[in-house]
Write a protein that binds this ligand. Structure first.
Ligand code: ZN
Length: 275
């Protein structure tokens, strides 16, 4: 049974290898960027900055502030601030390596799990949550929601949310659309479920069959253009786990800060996410 689960996970991860913006079958192939420009005065507060000593007592220069968000409007980054987001996992042998690297650098990521993957690897899903990373859902079967009816899309969203919640043991606070294929109506519906839609500013394109060094270079080049942003990676790929230490070293050397995400439920009625 374990072997079956492992093989199923591998097969699913192979299927997910095609998860990329460029292959999105819907007509709109542009990346939906987040509202990353912070209003004046909001970035100065660095209270709660998790400047911690690691297990190897290496000082952490990469850890930035903790950003508390209740809605997409709070996902605002300052200059040289980044969010590390990882889609499509968890999967043994990759996700755990990503977790170890994040721990070495004293930073947290945001993991957008596929419900079916979380079901297959609940211990790993739980570990991701227990290590203080932000937990998001990426639907149950990684469907292109723009190609489904609204009702079927909502079924995928709620089933994925339930599976990730069960596997991790925590609330699912974030959501990323597979292939970034969204709609205003679906974004609003996700917000109504108290999940913050995670858009993408810097696509590492780590699903391309290129070297880890090429992924690092592409990511840094794109980041230099924008100066900040939500970085999209996939913790199901070997090259991603391999390149991550180099990428984080580069970010640290260039003075970037990795923001830790924290969700706080809004007391106000759910907002219409992107309307
Ligand atoms: Zn994906």
């Amino acid at each position: 049974m374990r072997r079956f689960a492992f093989l199923s996970g591998l097969l699913l991860s192979v299927a997910l290898a095609g998860c990329q913006t460029a292959k999105r079958p819907a007509p709109d192939t542009t990346i939906k960027t987040s509202s990353i420009v912070a209003p004046e005065g909001q970035i100065s507060g660095t209270e709660g900055s998790p400047f911690q000593m690691s297990r190897d007592t290496r000082p952490h220069h990469l850890a930035g502030r903790t950003l508390t968000v209740a809605s997409i409007h709070d996902l605002r980054l300052g200059d040289k601030e980044v969010i590390l987001s990882f889609d499509d996992g968890p999967i043994p042998g990759r996700t755990d390596r990503v977790l170890s690297t994040l721990d070495q650098f004293g930073v947290k990521g945001a993991f957008m799990m596929v419900g079916e993957m979380a079901e297959l690897h609940p211990e790993l899903a739980r570990r991701v949550a227990m290590e203080g990373n932000a937990i998001g859902s990426h639907t149950y079967r990684h469907e292109n929601l723009a190609a489904l009816t609204f009702d079927l899309a909502m079924k995928e969203i709620t089933r994925g949310e339930a599976a990730v919640t069960k596997a991790t043991g925590v609330d699912v606070n974030f959501f990323r659309f597979p292939y970034l294929a969204d709609s205003h109506k679906l974004r609003a519906a996700v917000a109504m479920r108290d999940m913050v839609v995670m858009d993408v500013d810097v696509d590492s394109k780590d699903y391309f069959n290129t070297s880890p060094a090429a992924v690092t270079k592409r990511t840094m080049d794109r980041l230099h253009e924008r100066g900040r942003g939500i970085i999209l990676m996939h913790d199901i790929h070997n090259r991603t786990a391999t390149m991550l230490p180099t990428l984080l070293s580069r970010l640290e050397a260039e003075g970037y800060k990795v923001v830790t995400l924290q969700f706080k439920k809004s007391t106000a009625p759910a907002e219409m996410a992107s309307l």
